[in-house]
Design a protein around this ligand. Structure first.
Ligand code: HEC
Length: 115
């Protein structure tokens, strides 16, 4: 009986450990991770580390300098943010993210603004 209880205990401990360790990463840490690794090119590669936007590339076209820019996304209204992540664009890739993932990304870039 004692041995049985002991085995159960160890088993229980092992099975809850992964759940516990998930708690060690905060909502913000998760959102930041997703922002740089959203199952596709990281948002940070184009929109900058905090969504501030960046110049992806600059080139000459018909004698004029043209800049290819990723916009600042820190002040985009939530609806437009969701719209942008569920539609196709010319430059920005199409992502296949869940509603919760988009919500986390929104949380990440919009929280940074308030700091
Ligand atoms: C290859 C570069 C690139 C990557 C990677 C990228 N974007 Fe974009 N994003 C753009 C560009 C450029 C635009 C402007 C629309 C266009 O021309 O595609 C844009 C537009 C947007 C907009 C709309 C902004 C507005 O004012 O309406 C949002 C929101 C956005 N991106 C969020 C993201 C998020 C979140 C990710 C990561 C999941 C991401 N982008 C990844 C380049 C990129």
């Amino acid at each position: 009986m004692m041995r049985f209880l002991l085995t159960c205990h160890v088993f229980l401990f092992l099975s809850i450990t992964p759940l516990l360790s998930e708690d060690f990463i905060t909502k913000m840490e998760y959102a930041k991770m997703l922002y740089s690794n959203p199952r596709g090119i990281g948002c940070n590669k184009c929109h900058g580390e905090k969504g501030e936007g960046s110049i992806i590339s600059q080139y000459q076209h018909k004698g004029k300098m043209v800049a290819l820019e990723a916009p600042n996304i820190t002040n985009v209204p939530k609806e437009r943010f969701f719209q942008a992540l569920t539609s196709q664009h010319k430059v920005m890739p199409t992502y296949f993210l869940t509603w919760q993932e988009i919500d986390s990304l929104y949380y990440y870039v919009s929280s940074e603004v308030k700091k």
